[in-house]
Design a binder for this molecule. Sequence first.
Ligand SMILES: NC(=O)c1ccc[n+]([C@@H]2O[C@H](COP(=O)([O-])OP(=O)(O)OC[C@H]3O[C@@H](n4cnc5c(N)ncnc54)[C@H](OP(=O)(O)O)[C@@H]3O)[C@@H](O)[C@H]2O)c1
Length: 316
Amino acid sequence: MSLLDHADMSKRSHPRPCAWITGARGLIGHRLLLQAPTEAPEWDVIGLTRENLELTDRQAVEAFFRESSPDLIIHCAAASRSPWCEAHPRLAYEINVNVTRHLAELASDLPFLLLSSDLVFDGSHGNYTETDSVNPLSVYGETKAEAEHAVLANPRHTVVRTSLNAGRSPDGNRAFNEGMERAWQSGERLHLFKDEFRSPIPADVTARALWQLIRVGSPGLYHLAGTERLSRLQIGQLLARLSQAANPQIIPTSIRDFDGPPRPPDTSLNCAKIQTLLPFPLPKFSEWVASSPKLLQREQDRQQECLEEPDDRDPG
Ligand SMILES: NC(=O)c1ccc[n+]([C@@H]2O[C@H](COP(=O)([O-])OP(=O)(O)OC[C@H]3O[C@@H](n4cnc5c(N)ncnc54)[C@H](OP(=O)(O)O)[C@@H]3O)[C@@H](O)[C@H]2O)c1
């Protein structure tokens, strides 16, 4: 399967179900696309990128929706970087809220799955369950909370909140571990919070769990993250072991000394609800890192193969 794989529309007269994955050149969308042949072989999958469909172009989206007539939308496209959203709140709202609402309306009779974030919480206590109230502290978190609200108004629809996802993205610049590695390679010393906690998860596991959730067909709100609550400092120390050649430098710091917008101290997620639907245990991030030198290399190779595969079909 290539990055911009499209279902051949002529097949729609003998249809297999067709799934759209938005944000297919992003970290999670691309993992979903790569895993489709094994995790969801019954689906024809259309990986949508900004290059082949700008999602803020409502007419273009509606035209392509009519043309391809999807049976499922997994919505991964987003303005996903919190600092960018703080700097561009209107655009962030347009992409994260208005685009989501539009797609969810088009898919009102279909399963629709929105990826959301642990940053809808204020981080005051951690181990958040699906019944806890949201209280975002950032523009990114606010847009995600509003998008969730719009999506969950439809009982057929699903929201999955996840935490920091690690792995390899197609452009090498989307996963947080890629950013850390790049910084270390350029000799930067990373200031990492010892008192800000998340539940990191490999993007590969996220994608597998999402396909499973779709297979089970149980809509609603879910938390999907690693089973370990780790500080940014602990996460950095784990990843530093994989970057020894770059002589990684870390300076422990505190969110109390952070001179910027408020940060939620602990947005670790309780994933007991989704775990009951999964045939595999959600991993500890530390165990994943311990097995990662080979794993990350394998992912990189698969990524490369996928990008090199010729795609002469009309992207539509
Ligand atoms: N990765 C994480 O750690 C994490 C954690 C919590 C929640 N999430 C959520 O999970 C989802 C997927 O995350 P991700 O890490 O895969 O994000 P990502 O790597 O940033 O990918 C998002 C993709 O959406 C595309 N996009 C943005 N605006 C678009 C538009 N107007 N039209 C078409 N495409 C557009 C981006 O294209 P460009 O590259 O051209 O901008 C990008 O390829 C997002 O909703 C994110 O908020 C992710």
